[in-house]
Design a protein around this ligand. Structure first.
Ligand code: ATP
Ligand code: MG
Length: 592
């Protein structure tokens, strides 16, 4: 059981539960008939070859976000680590909000993160809506057993009789109807003749239960709405709390992992499955629900509804805006699947909701890219550097000095970059200071610096426009100081700066992103997140990049020396139109 793979991972309560179950053989001999189904279906099948089954059950009502990434990594990761299988299940029981666009996007996001639901040639991708027939049959079995009834109170009456934390609820006047009577009324609910809200089917449990979720929860409601998969076949739809346990059981899920807010639902989860198994409808052993703490990220919204509002109100440029915490946004921003998986692992699984900073993901990204991203030079805030003695030193203004640099100092296999130095160079505006502050070792009149991979130059002054803004920096080259040539180090300098040449650099649009909100909890205490949107979360600059970068493909990740990690934008970047997004800087310097 303890392969090297899991030994390397920190343990957590979910791993302990699974290890205990495997050690005790809790799920041994469990049958699985290849596809989801009821007790009879599975009883006819072989013993399940999967040691555990987990599932990731998104509702296809929006794009997945960083919190879902956590859940995906957890569910698929645990299945992989313990010889199990993880199902991808669309929890599409709510007819109104769900769309194919979201289904497709979720499939793509889970694949991109590196996970798959195919096992032994079987695709374990399921739709909760395909269980509607069974769910209705199960409801009828509950009615027949005296465990469910049709309630015709108004929604207001039902709310009023539910009680609260301190007060027990009171029984519905319709609670004690006979199963036969309830069957007739249930048929009425299904017939389409009743209006939405005219009746609900409720489980008959205990209106005085201290757990409000056990006070005869609604399990079916009337909703005259077409469903994206089942069309007009139904006008009654199961409630989530009823549907979810059944979905798990039909799929023979062993460990149903969900977030903490479902803890109070667990008694109903168990109540329902226990009765349906007793009635012979569901196979044993039954799934068990385990709750872990949500992942929250400082300065980030993780509510699909609010993210949708951001898109609809054009606060961002779409679901995949690189500032969005959606998986598509994170991907477009340049984060790697490995960095997200590392973040998920480092944030563990605990019994409390946790808050982390984006720096956890940034740190994981740097670790991932440090050893593999090719380096390149880029000047993001360019000012011209004129080398005024160029023709005297090299014989003509047209002379070009070939330079080279490793694509990655520790990775000779990534090859060598080639570019040239000429008399006109782009440097960063802040690499020059007319009057330097203490400790400034870069260009100022009288100081020498090395143009990295090139020559040493000595600053002689600058040119300014009428407004006093520096338009170009002036310097002379120091002969015989070319990097990599004998004696190049004879002239000592304290500063080295990056640069690109005026004649061979390529123009690029570079998008510099900052956090989208100025507050750590944008929606804390009912605050409208719109009031804390950071107006400077996106800055676009015209940059110059070294020539070799011109041919890179979309989604190529690079380290621009001194600046950080960047990615060629997967939507807008094309040969001839270079567009880069800054993923993160080289160090954790995230300003608040
Ligand atoms: P939202 O409230 O944004 O709609 P949700 O939880 O309703 O999110 P679902 O599609 O129901 O979205 O979620 C699918 C799975 O992802 C669930 O098992 C849910 O518990 C899990 N999940 C959602 N958000 C987080 C989070 N922040 N941290 C960990 N798991 C999460
Ligand atoms: Mg939900």
């Amino acid at each position: 059981m303890s392969s090297e793979h899991d030994a390397a991972k920190p343990t957590n309560f979910l791993r302990q539960v699974i290890e205990r179950d495997l050690a005790q053989g809790s799920f041994q001999g469990r049958r699985f008939a290849g596809l989801p189904g009821d007790a009879a279906h599975h009883a006819a099948g072989p013993v399940d070859s999967a040691r555990i089954r987990t599932r990731f059950p998104p509702e296809p009502n929006g794009y997945l976000h960083i919190g879902h990434a956590k859940s995906i990594c957890l569910n698929f990761g645990l299945a992989a680590d313990y010889g199990g299988i993880c199902h991808l299940r669309f929890d599409d029981t709510n007819p109104e909000k769900e769309e194919q666009e979201y289904v497709d996007a979720i499939i793509e996001a889970v694949h991109w993160l590196g996970f798959d639901w195919n096992a032994g040639g079987v695709s374990h991708l399921y739709y909760a809506s395909s269980y509607f027939d069974f769910m209705a049959r199960a409801a009828e079995a509950l009615i027949d057993d005296g465990l469910a009834y049709v309630d015709e109170q108004t929604p207001e009456q039902m709310r009023a009789t539910r009680g609260d934390f301190n007060t027990p609820g009171t029984d519905s006047p319709f609670r004690d109807r006979s199963p036969a009577d309830n069957r007739t009324r249930w048929a009425g609910m299904k017939s389409g003749r009743l209006a939405d809200g005219a009746a609900v089917l409720r489980a008959k449990i205990d209106m005085a239960s201290p757990n409000i979720n056990m006070r005869d929860p609604a399990i079916y409601r009337i909703k005259h709405a077409a469903h994206h998969a089942t069309g007009d076949a139904w006008c009654v739809y199961p409630m989530y709390t009823y549907a979810h346990p059944i979905e798990d059981a039909l799929e023979c899920i062993t460990h149903s992992i969900c977030t903490l807010e479902f803890e109070d639902q667990r008694p109903f989860y168990d109540w329902l499955l226990e009765h349906l198994a007793r009635l012979g409808l569901l196979a044993r052993p039954l799934p068990r629900q385990y709750e872990f703490g949500r992942l929250n990220v400082n300065g980030v919204l993780t509510s699909k509804r609010k993210l949708k509002a951001m898109v609809d109100e054009r606060i961002v440029d779409g679901w995949d805006d690189p500032r969005m915490p959606t998986i598509f946004g994170l991907r477009r921003r340049g984060y790697t699947p490995a960095s997200l998986r590392t973040m998920a692992e480092r944030t563990g699984a605990s019994k409390t909701n946790i808050w982390v900073d984006m720096s956890v993901l940034d740190g994981a990204l740097r670790e991932d890219l440090e050893g593999q991203a090719p380096r390149a030079c880029a000047v993001l805030d360019p000012v011209e550097l004129k080398l005024t003695n160029w023709s005297r030193v090299f014989g003509s203004e047209g002379h070009r000095e070939p330079c080279q640099a490793p694509a990655h100092a520790q990775r000779p296999d990534l090859g060598t970059r080639h570019f040239e130095l000429g008399p006109r160079v782009w440097i960063e505006r802040d690499d020059f200071a007319e009057s330097p502050t203490k400790g400034f070792f870069r260009l100022y009149p009288g100081n020498k610096v090395r143009l990295k991979y090139g020559l040493v130059v000595e600053c002689t002054g600058c040119e300014k426009d009428a407004a006093g803004r520096v338009t170009s920096v002036l310097a002379t080259v120091v002969p015989d100081t070319k990097s990599g040539t004998p004696g190049a180090d004879a002239v000592k300098v304290k500063g080295t700066i990056t640069w690109v040449s005026g004649h061979d650099a390529v123009a690029a649009e570079v998008r510099l992103y900052e956090r989208l909100f100025t507050a750590d909890q944008p929606d804390a205490e009912g605050r409208d997140f719109r009031s804390v949107v950071n107006p400077d979360s996106k800055r676009v600059v015209r940059a110059w990049v070294e020539p070799g970068v011109a041919s890179c493909e979309a989604e190529t990740r690079l380290q621009f020396e001194r600046h950080g990690y960047f990615v060629a934008d997967r939507v807008d970047h094309a040969p001839g139109r270079l567009v880069f997004n800054r993923i993160t800087g080289l160090r954790d310097g995230r300003a608040k």
